[in-house]
Write a protein that binds this ligand. Structure first.
Ligand code: MLT
Length: 243
């Protein structure tokens, strides 16, 4: 089912980055559709929870396109926000794209890891505190891309980063919300994503009978930056499927 051609795209980025992560996606789609790509720093004001961030994302959509539904596209942490959006604002959803992410709550082991990372960010700053994650994000990256991501991470506000880690640690299980989804749905994932492996991504796609799974070659956890051509093509095919 194609998504109407003027439907806005709401892009929710991954951690510990910002909306620059979507630069090739926005460059490609902005001439065709409204694209709203908030920074999480502007979404955490109401408190560190995915539900509050989803509500703030809805407000950003409302400012740009009052009353309109959007295709919500969330990468990793952005997918956790998108899953809350599905749960709380299904009437504003024209389609859902989950990238390299999950819909379940954090495991006990994962929660402990989040606490360790919060402590490390407090003690040593964002770059050192998040290094164990950032080092595993990209698959065999060219030096220029790695430097770009490292610079983006370094520029993040430690308080915002800590709020995001708390929200990821405490996120709810939203699998039931995804199961009840009737809007078009696709999972797009990097072939070599170590942080959200293929089996997890396929299971996410199959939570609904109509969910599709698309793999992006030559990419790790961040396909919109690692293989933007293939990522944009997958998104285009979802928005306007060829017959
Ligand atoms: C992200 O890319 O947003 C993070 O890997 C999410 C997470 O740590 O769960």
């Amino acid at each position: 089912m194609p998504v109407p051609s003027d439907t806005p795209l709401l892009l929710l980025h991954g951690f510990p980055m910002d909306a620059r992560m979507w630069r090739y996606t926005t460059d490609h789609f902005r001439p065709m559709r409204p694209v709203i790509a908030p920074n999480v720093a502007d979404l955490v004001g109401d408190g560190p929870s995915m539900a509050a961030m989803a509500h703030a994302a809805l407000e950003a959509l409302e400012r740009a396109a009052p009353g309109e539904p959007a295709v919500v596209i969330g990468l990793s942490m952005g997918g956790y926000i998108a899953a809350e959006f599905v749960r709380s604002h299904p009437d504003r959803l024209a389609g859902l794209v989950m990238c390299d992410t999950r819909a379940g709550a954090e495991s006990a082991e994962g929660r402990a890891g989040r606490d360790t990372m919060i402590d490390a960010v407090r003690r040593y700053g964002v770059t050192h505190g998040t290094a164990p994650l950032v080092e595993r994000m990209l698959h065999d990256p060219p030096r220029a891309l790695m430097s770009e991501v490292e610079a983006m991470v370094e520029q993040q506000d430690p308080e915002v980063v800590i709020a995001c880690i708390e929200a990821m640690r405490d996120r709810r299980d939203n699998m039931a919300a995804i199961r009840s989804l009737t809007a078009p749905f696709v999972v797009i994932a990097g072939e070599y994503d170590e942080l959200a492996p293929r089996l997890v991504e396929e299971a996410l796609a199959h939570l609904t009978p109509h969910g599709r799974y698309v793999e992006i070659p030559r990419s790790g956890h961040v396909p919109p930056l690692e293989n933007p051509e293939a990522f944009n093509a997958a998104l285009e095919e979802f928005l306007v499927p060829s017959s």
